[in-house]
Design a protein around this ligand. Structure first.
Ligand SMILES: [Zn+2]
Length: 171
């Protein structure tokens, strides 16, 4: 498929409101990798992650990341948000997961992550969640939940963090 510069608009539910973002209709959309995702939900989640990455605030790293999660039959999105103090920077994965939690959905079925500034030839490690996000993923995803990393593959949380930190919770 040829790389067209035309764009189309997709709308996702973001909690109680709807978010519309222009998704460039380029080779990204016709991506062969996306084609093997199968479930249309997975494809939408990857597109949502890619689109949200374009909202990233990353003037320092210039490395835009987007994430989306499916939780409680809703879709939540996040992008990385940097800060001049560096340490206050927040990852896209956590922004998306925390948005779901703040909307009352604490169990996430699918998480998609896209590093749109990574080169397709870059090794997978440059597109994977950081350690802090892996611990947060452990807390809010089911064992069966899928983690889709754009242009890398599908994972379960156990793949990403085999020995997570855990506290005994008395409920
Ligand atoms: Zn992270």
């Amino acid at each position: 498929m040829t790389a067209s510069k035309t764009a189309f608009r997709r709308t996702w539910g973001q909690g109680e409101r709807l978010v519309s973002v222009d998704v460039p209709s380029t080779v990204e959309v016709a991506d062969h990798w996306c084609g093997v995702l199968g479930d249309p939900l997975f494809k939408d989640l990857v597109f949502a992650a890619r689109a949200t990455a374009k909202l990233s605030y990353s003037p320092y790293s210039k490395f835009r990341v987007g994430a989306s999660v499916s939780a409680g039959h809703k879709l939540y999105t996040g992008c990385n948000i940097e800060n001049a103090s560096y340490g206050l920077t927040m990852c896209a994965e956590r922004v998306a997961i925390f948005a779901a939690v703040a909307d009352g959905n604490q169990k996430i079925n699918v998480l998609a992550i896209s590093c749109i500034d990574a080169d397709s030839a870059d090794p997978p490690n440059q597109k994977m969640p950081c350690g802090a996000c892996r611990q947060v993923i452990e807390e809010f995803l089911f064992d069966e939940s899928l983690i889709i990393i754009d242009n890398v593959g599908k994972f379960r949380k156990q793949d990403l963090l085999p020995s997570p930190f855990a506290l005994k919770v008395n409920r």
